[in-house]
Structure formats: C-alpha cells, structure tokens
Design a protein around this ligand. Structure first.
Ligand code: UDP
Ligand code: LCN
Length: 799
C-alpha cells in the first residue's frame, strides 16, 4: 500500500502537504486523532478544493481505513485497519514527503514518545508478545469464521486424524482410556490396550449388539460389553450405544468434522462446573442495581439453570446415574445489608443441585474484609481468594471440577488461577472489557490509575484471555467489531501503556478459541404480552401506581395524558447507558413529546443512596433535565426494580399500551434488557454499538439507534410512532418480529448445548496439544508472577 501512496505523493506533493498541514494544525490540540476527526478533516479539505484530487484514490481509502493518527511534526503515524483484525502501520514524513511501512513496535514507541516526551527504549521496557507461542497452532483465515472457533477446530482435528491416522488414533484412544469419573473408569477399560484393539473390540461389540432388541438398555448388555473392554458412558439405550460405537469406528477410519463433533460432544466429560464471579453482590434477590451488580448476575443464574438441565439430560443419555453439580463461586460480604451475600452457601432456585458458594476476601493481615469493594479495587485480594476458594471447591464437590468458567476481569483471573492449579479446562466470558470503554485508557492509564487501576485490570484481561482454552462471547461484534470499528477483543491486539509495558501482540482474533454463544432470557419470566393465561395480573395495581401514581420520594413526574404510549427505559444509571442522553433528546423534541410519554426505571432518585460516582453524575443530570425541559408532565422516573417477576410484567404491561423499549447506550456488550423486551412483544429501539446491532434486524425485529446522533435517534422513534398512528398494525408487525427473532436465536437451551459441546471439544484439543501449550503457560505464569502480582500487591497501599 505504501508504495502506491508514494507514487501518489510524487504526483500530488503540494496537495498532500496541504492536506496533512490540517492534521498538524489539529494536533496542536491533541496529537492522537481518532477515525471521526481524521475523516472530518479530510472531508473539510476535500470540500474546500472543488473536486478533490484525492477522490477515489488510494489515499482516500487509506484515510478512511485509518483508525488512529499520531502526530508530531514532521511525522504522521497511521494505524490502518485494512480489514477486520488486519492492521498495518505506516508513517509519513512531511519534510521528505514519503510514506513508509513500519512494524507495530515502532508505532507504539512513537506513541510512548508523545506521552512521555522521550522514548521508553532506554529503560528496556517490558514488551509483551504472545505470537511466538501460537505459531504452531492453527489459525482461522476467513473473517466470517471468527467466533466459530469450535467448528474450525473440528475440521482441523478431523483432517489431522485423516492425515496421520495412526498417531491421532493413539491420541483419541489414550484420551478415552484415561476417562473416568470419581475414580471409576468410563468408556474403555484395561482389556483394551491399543487403537487396533479398540477397533476390533468395537466391531465385536457392534455385532454382539446387532441382535439385541432396540429397547434394551446398558444394564442388559453390560456384562458382555465389559468383557469386551467397554465401560459405562456409551449410552443408556442399546441403539445409542451402537450408534456411538459405529461413529467411533468411522472416525478412526475416515473422520469428518461433523462426526467428530458429535462423538466428542456426546462423551461424558462434564459433570461438575465452577462458575466464577467474585465482584459485586451475587444473590438471587434484592441485589440488582447495587454497585457493580447488573446483567452478569442475571446471566449466570439463568446460565446455571440451563446448564444443569442440559447436563442432566446428557448424563442420563450417556447411561450414567450421576447428578451434575454446579457451583457459582462469588465473594462473601459480611456487611451486605438485607441481602444473603453474607451466607457461605445458598441453593440456586429452579435447580436441584446448583449452589452459590461464597468465600470472603482477606486483607494483608488475613482478616476477612467486611464491606463491599468496587470491582476496580479488588485486585490485591484475588490471589489469596483463589487459593482459599480452591480448598472450598474441593471440599464442596469432593472432586475437582471438569470445567471452570470465569466472568468479567476478576472472575476470569481467579478462574485462570484455579484452572491452572487444578489442571482443568478454562472458559472465560468478558461481559464487558473496560479498555474500550474509555478513550485512550491505555495511553493515559496513569491519569485514571487512582480511580480505575487499569494497570492491573488490563494485565488480568491479557493473562486470562490467553490462558483460556476457549473464550465465550455474546456477539461477533465483541470479538471483531465490524468493517468500521474494531472489536473489544481486537483492541487488545497491540497497544501500549507507557512506562508500564508495551503489547506487541496481546491476542489474535483469528485464533479458534473464540466462540460466539449468545445468551437468552428466562422464558418463565419473560414471555409475550399476548399469552394472557400466564400474565401476572396481581402486579397490575402496583405497576399502575408505579407509572401513574402520585409523586413521592421514589417516583418523580406525574404523567398528564395517560393514554399516550410509553417509551420505556430500564438500566443501571451508568454513564455508558446514556439514559440521560435520550431524555435530553426527548426534552428537545416537541413532536416526540406530543406523541409519547417516557417511563424510566433506573438508579435512585435520592443521590445519597448511590455510592457510584458515575451513577451520581447521571442522577444529577436526570434531575437537571426534568427542570431544564420541564418534563414533569411527560416523564416518570422511579428507582431501580430488583424483582424480576415484576420487571417481566412491566414490559408486558407497557406492550398492552402499545409502547416501546429504548436502549440508547454508547456501548452494550449484549443487552439482556433488549432480548427481554423483544420477547415480551415490546418494539425495541437499541444502540447499534454492541450486541443489539446483531440481536435486532433493523426495521424488522426492532430498530437501531446511533447514540452519538441524538437528533437522528429521536427522529427514528418519532417516525415509528407517526407510522403507528396511521397504521396500528405496524406496531404489531415489529412486535411479532422481535418475539420471533429471540425465539429463534437467543435461548438458554441452545446456549447450554453449545457450551457443553464446546467444552468437550476444547478439552480434547487441550489434551492433544498439551505439550505445545507449555511454553505459553510458562510465559503467562512468568507475567503473572513478575508483573501482575507486584502491581496487585502494591494496590493494598491505595485501599
Ligand atoms: N434489571 C432489573 N431491574 C432494574 C434494572 C435492570 O431487573 O431496575 C435487570 C434487567 O431486567 C436485566 C439486567 O438487569 O436482566 C440488566 O442486564 P443488561 O445486560 O441489560 O445490562 P447490564 O446491567 O449487564 O449492563
Ligand atoms: C454486561 C453488560 O454490559 C451487558 O451488555 C450484558 O448483557 C451482560 O453483561 C451479560 O453478559
């Protein structure tokens, strides 16, 4: 690319220097320019020249693809995203009018120079680069395959089996041979000692089973199969056993990705799972809306219910009589008010055996930390927490788990430590990655360190995402973004935190560890408003009062015209949720105010009830907008509502009145409220940054909003209600579209099936690549010891 740019610069030397002078001018305010500024300056320049010389040239593409420009005369450094996950770095010298391709390292160094006024180079900066450790591992080639790592892996594994059947059959045989549960052998016993013997035994067993009637079970054939070398785990019914044995013969003969996935997915490999989520308040009621306590809790509780159901069915079909056990590991908080977060153990409602296990944080002296601690400040506690949790888990399960799943940065790091120590398969889930939430949070990390402690958090993220056997994401967007913007994981590929470390390669989004497995909503709580028999009408008086009743300490605004449809917003009052942005837009729009009322559930009306600084700011803004735009007749605002059953009925109640749900966030990793409202039949308008972009098909099952364009956002909602005014059927069309979309794509049943199948496949993959992985694991342990631990321990002083 840069050669062509140089050709162009030879021809248009003066014009190019003119254009770039505008960037140098802008750099006087800020030397780091982002995409939107870069494009605006280019557009302004082009408009000034009638008929820009650069129109449709490589330079225009180059400018459009540039995501960050770093500027110091005479240099312009460009980070160019040529395609999803494909970055190139170029520098331009204005004095010699010359483009040059550079390594990422030089680009990062230049950034450091601008922050520090000097290069970090003299101090031998720490450089993190995981690339060498992945070089022998297969990589996806197509951007369309990103997020579907497991199917790539199946193809890879089956072709590996195909090309070296002897060695890989040995691997498969050993894997089966070592298979056991609670010290009891499963699948294959000592009578079979080699892949060839396994093939022969399978043939014998199949012909033995052939004349057994189909409805016979394992117990009827057990004695004979044992003599042939087989143990429980093949299936409960004879035809299942036969099918699975035949499938294994086929795999050892001519493997296909489908048969391998099916075979591994059916193996009895997962019985006990630990799900780690230390921060916030983890309980089943009265916690939503407390600091650091939101969708992640809802997600995990629903996930656990779905996983237990799926595991029970699988284990039964495998012919085993074992109860799966799932532990949610969280933090015990002695001073946790009216919640149950001070209890050590709690049964999960709606499950038979799942439990919440709470382990406290301890301070340096070993005393239990009594109060809630912000998710940004818990780093010094996590290592000891992991060590103590391991003992508690082993005591509770009486065995090590088969799978550990981490949640969010702290949970992922603890899960990593547990998985390493116990030698267990590790899955991680980000829910949110803080690095992308704040502009240049890496470059300017020092400025926010006292508040956010990103040095530790970003290190934890890097360690955990590399340690994970597989990473679960809510959406494709979360991994790889789209053509215009980088994904959350993608933004961890290369970055620098001056004076701390430089990440040359932190993660590769073409790694097959990434899998999109989207969550759903609880169908017992969130169902369409049209299902009259299931409606919770006992809540209606309460909801009526909540929306239309008199004002008091927890209800602000008194809706005057109660017949207008309601625009419903419900979320934590985080800055990123942008509730106040929408309220401002509504306040400024006569038309939307004429057509609709607004109902907001979120935060606290009383600012003193909140101990989150960002939320306090938002609360203040809400009050301010009520006055500024005189919203008292048209907007109703009430405190967060932790009761999920009530919340479910609120969506439906608003659907009865032909309202809509609005989620105007600046970014939303997934957006559980979005699927909840859609499946309730409430037309939903949600941000196009993050999950909702994929959940909603714009104009069919809801609408996308651009939170950065307030007027457009208001116009989209206004247009909808104008259309509905003329044609009420339009409301129903979108409502039905939303219900259909969620039922087809976002269910916990599908989620659980994918997750358990993934776990089996990645466990097998881990087994066959164990030796190759050791380098990476040692590297991560070194980084943990020499980098993370001192950073975290140092935080004790700042508590
Ligand atoms: N929620 C609730 N009451 C409230 C606010 C939110 O029950 O006052 C629930 C909401 O129904 C959803 C979850 O909290 O299940 C929020 O999840 P989401 O993914 O939308 O956002 P997060 O809080 O994780 O950012
Ligand atoms: C965190 C978020 O911010 C939401 O967008 C997600 O829905 C939630 O976690 C569950 O993953």
């Amino acid at each position: 690319m840069y050669e062509k740019l140089n050709e162009l610069s030879d021809e248009y030397r003066t014009e190019l220097c003119h254009l770039f002078n505008n960037y140098f001018e802008k750099a006087k305010e800020d030397p780091f320019l982002l995409q939107s500024d870069i494009k605006t300056i280019y557009d302004e320049y082009s408009q000034k020249q009638d008929n820009s010389v650069f129109e449709d040239t490589i330079l225009e593409d180059f400018i459009i693809d540039t995501r960050v420009m770093v500027i110091k005369y005479p240099w312009l450094y460009f980070a160019v995203r040529k395609d999803i996950g494909k970055w190139e770095y170029i520098k331009f010298d204005q004095e010699n009018v010359n483009f040059q391709k550079i390594e990422v390292k030089e680009y990062l160094q230049f950034q450091e120079t601008l922050i520090n006024g000097k290069s970090d180079e003299e101090n031998w900066p720490l450089e993190i680069n995981v690339a060498p450790f992945y070089k022998d591992f297969p990589k996806l080639r197509e951007k369309t395959s990103i997020g579907n790592g497991v199917s790539f892996l199946n193809k890879h594994l089956s072709s590996r089996l195909f090309s070296d059947i002897e060695e890989e059959a040995e691997n498969l045989f050993n894997f089966l041979h070592e298979h056991e549960y609670n010290g009891k052998k499963l699948m294959v016993n000592e009578l079979i000692q080699s892949p060839d013997e396994l093939r022969q035994a399978l043939r014998d067993a199949i012909s033995y089973l052939e004349d057994k009637s189909e409805n016979k079970s394992w117990n009827d054939v057990r004695i004979e199969l044992k003599k042939k070398g087989f143990e429980r785990g093949w299936g409960r019914e004879v035809d299942t056993i036969q099918n699975r044995m035949q499938r294994l013969i086929n795999i050892m003969e001519a493997p296909s990705p489908e048969s391998l996935e099916k075979f591994l997915g059916d193996l009895p490999m997962v019985f006990n799972i630990v799900i780690v989520s230390p921060h916030g308040y983890f309980a089943q009621s009265d916690v939503l809306g407390k600091p650091d306590t939101g969708g992640q809790i809802v997600y995990i509780l629903d996930q656990v219910r779905a996983l237990e159901k799926d595991l029970k069915k699988r284990i039964y079909d495998q012919g085993l009589d074992v109860d799966p056990q799932i532990l949610i590991l969280t933090r015990q908080i002695p001073n946790s008010g009216e919640t149950t977060c001070d209890q050590r153990l709690e049964d999960v409602h709606g499950t038979e055996h799942a439990k919440i296990l709470r382990v406290p944080f301890r301070n340096k002296e070993g005393d239990v930390v009594p109060d809630w601690i912000s998710r940004f400040r818990l780093w010094p506690y996590v290592e000891r927490y992991a060590i103590e949790s391991e003992k508690e888990i082993l005591a509770e399960l009486q065995d090590k788990p088969d799978l550990i799943i981490g949640n969010y940065s702290d949970g992922n790091l603890v899960a990593m430590l547990l998985a390493q120590s116990m030698g267990v398969t590790l899955g991680t889930i980000a829910h949110a990655l803080e690095k992308t939430k704040y502009l240049f949070s890496d470059l300017y990390w020092k400025e926010s360190e006292n508040e956010y402690h990103f040095s530790t958090q970003f290190t934890a993220d890097l360690l955990a995402m590399n340690a994970a056997d597989f990473v679960i994401t809510n959406t494709y967007y979360e991994i790889a973004g789209n053509q215009d913007s980088a994904g959350l994981y993608e933004s961890h590929t290369s970055f620098t935190m001056p004076d701390l470390y430089r990440v040359v390669k932190g993660i590769d989004i073409y790694d097959p560890k990434f899998n999109v497995i989207s969550p759903g909503s609880n169908p017992d709580i969130f169902f369409p408003y049209t299902e009259k028999d299931r409606r919770l009408t006992e809540f209606h008086d309460r909801i009526d009062h909540m929306i239309f009743g008199e004002e008091d300490d927890t209800h602000k605004g008194l809706l005057k015209n109660q017949d207008k449809p309601l625009l419903f917003l419900m979320s934590r009052l985080d800055k990123i949720k942008n509730v106040t942005g929408f309220i401002r837009g509504y306040g400024e729009s006569d038309k939307l105010r004429e057509l609709t009322n607004v109902f907001v559930i979120g935060g606290y009306l009383d600012i003193n009830k909140s101990n989150d600084d960002e939320e306090r700011e938002e609360i203040e803004k809400m009050h301010h907008y009520f006055d500024k735009y005189d919203l008292y007749d048209q907007v109703r605002w009430t405190n967060l509502q932790p009761d999920k059953n009530l919340v479910g009925e609120i969506y439906r109640y608003i659907a009865d009145r032909r309202g809509a749900f609005i989620q105007p966030g600046f970014y939303e990793t997934f957006g559980l409220t979005v699927v909840e409202s859609m499946v309730s039949g409430l037309p939903t308008f949600a941000t196009l940054y993050g999950g909702p972009r994929e959940i909603i098909e714009d104009g069919k099952s809801g609408f996308h909003l651009d939170p950065n364009k307030n007027e457009d956002m208001i116009e989209i909602v206004t247009d909808f209600f104008k259309k509905v005014d003329k044609n009420p059927e339009y409301w129903k069309e979108i409502s039905k579209g939303g219900i259909k979309r969620v039922n087809e794509k976002y269910t916990w049943k599908k989620y659980a099936d994918r997750l358990i199948t993934n776990s089996s496949i990645y466990s097998f993959w881990k087994y066959v690549t164990n030796l190759e992985r050791q380098g990476l694991q040692t590297y991560l342990k070194t980084l943990y010891n020499l980098l993370f631990r001192p950073l975290a321990q140092n935080k004790f002083q700042h508590q």
